[in-house]
Design a protein around this ligand. Structure first.
Ligand code: R5P
Length: 323
């Protein structure tokens, strides 16, 4: 895989104090926004495989003393994670002053509980990034505070409440009832509700349990109107939302709008949502959507402006601390 751009950084450009972007495929629109709004140059690079399948990274310029941004994902296939680690290692070896991994979706973030005999994937990923020279992580709507604390390098998580508030206002959903699909989503729902100026105090929520037979929801606990907005950090298989919508549909709610930051859409179970009163799913482009997913009832909202703003703030912070 190779990235080219007319504003490519090269040997004859001074890179000290500059930000240089290394953008993996799938993140072109975020890269474009960054190029237009943040003082960043783009550098060509490749992560290819030798004939024996080993990965090999190569950059096409000088990164000495630069702040390098690696934009991409560590979500499966595993090659994504390895490519980012190998690129990070290469940039550090070549003298990069600072490396920020910009991973709009932090895969492995749900492995954030230390259960006996099970992997603690969030901490593991953090350790791998750190040991590969990556100094900090910029992500969007990280799964949990606990995950943040497990990370051995600074983790900046940009909230999506502002983006979702705009969606709610634009689509006339301010008068809907905000419902949390589980305990963990209550804080997220509250933030979106406040940002959108939705009336109401207590957020109705579900108690969620994972059993051998799948997800079991009890609730909703609290009063729910006919029109509902559900906010969560992600839709993966969709089982969480299907289970919650089954309860809502059984209670007569048929106008359900779903707002999730990360749209993984794994498998097909999530498609049951359409028969359970779901009208529309809004997600972001933190994960490149599988082709054919976006359509008349699934809309992707870009996190590019959010990330650009996050990086601009970071640049200003660094400039201020250098004075
Ligand atoms: C759980 O704590 C998360 O916030 C999501 O609700 C969940 O992981 C989504 O996964 P799925 O769509 O597979 O139920």
């Amino acid at each position: 895989m190779r990235v080219t751009d007319e504003t490519t950084a090269s040997d004859d450009q001074p890179v000290s104090n500059n930000m240089i972007l290394f953008s993996f495929p799938g993140y072109e629109s975020i890269a474009r926004e960054l190029r237009e709004t943040v003082p960043v140059q783009v550098m060509r690079f490749a992560v290819d495989r030798y004939a024996n399948k080993e990965l090999h990274a190569k950059i096409e310029g000088t990164v000495s003393r630069a702040h390098c941004l690696i934009l991409g994902t560590i979500a499966p296939p595993d090659e994504s994670l390895l490519s980012i680690l190998l690129l990070g290692e290469t940039l550090k070896k070549e003298g990069a002053d600072k490396i920020t991994a910009v991973l709009p979706y932090l895969a492995y973030s749900r492995q954030d509980k230390d259960k006996p005999g099970e992997s603690l994937g969030t901490a593991w990923v953090g350790a791998l990034l750190k040991s590969s020279g990556i100094d900090q992580l910029l992500t969007v709507d990280v799964h949990s505070e606990r995950g943040k604390q497990l990370f051995p390098i600074p983790l900046i998580s940009l909230p999506t409440d502002g983006l979702f508030a705009e969606v709610i206002k634009k689509h006339g959903l301010v008068d809907a009832t905000m419902v949390a699909p589980d305990n963990g989503a209550i804080g997220r729902c509250q933030a979106v509700m406040n940002a959108a100026g939705m009336p109401g105090a207590e957020i109705p929520y579900f108690e969620k349990r994972r059993t051998e037979r799948g997800i079991v929801h009890s609730g909703p606990i609290g009063r729910v109107g006919a029109k509902v907005v559900i906010v969560d950090d992600m839709i993966d298989t969709g089982e969480t939302l299907v289970s919650a919508c089954e309860k809502l549909a059984a209670a007569g709610m048929r106008g359900i709008y779903i707002l999730v930051t990360h749209g993984l859409f794994t498998g097909t179970a999530w498609m049951k949502l359409w028969s359970l009163g779901a009208k529309h799913i809004f997600c972001t482009d933190s994960v490149p959507l599988r082709s054919g997913i976006e359509g008349s009832n699934i809309t992707s909202v870009s996190v590019a402006p959010l990330i650009a703003k996050g990086l601009l703030e970071e640049t200003r912070r660094i400039a201020a601390s250098a004075k």
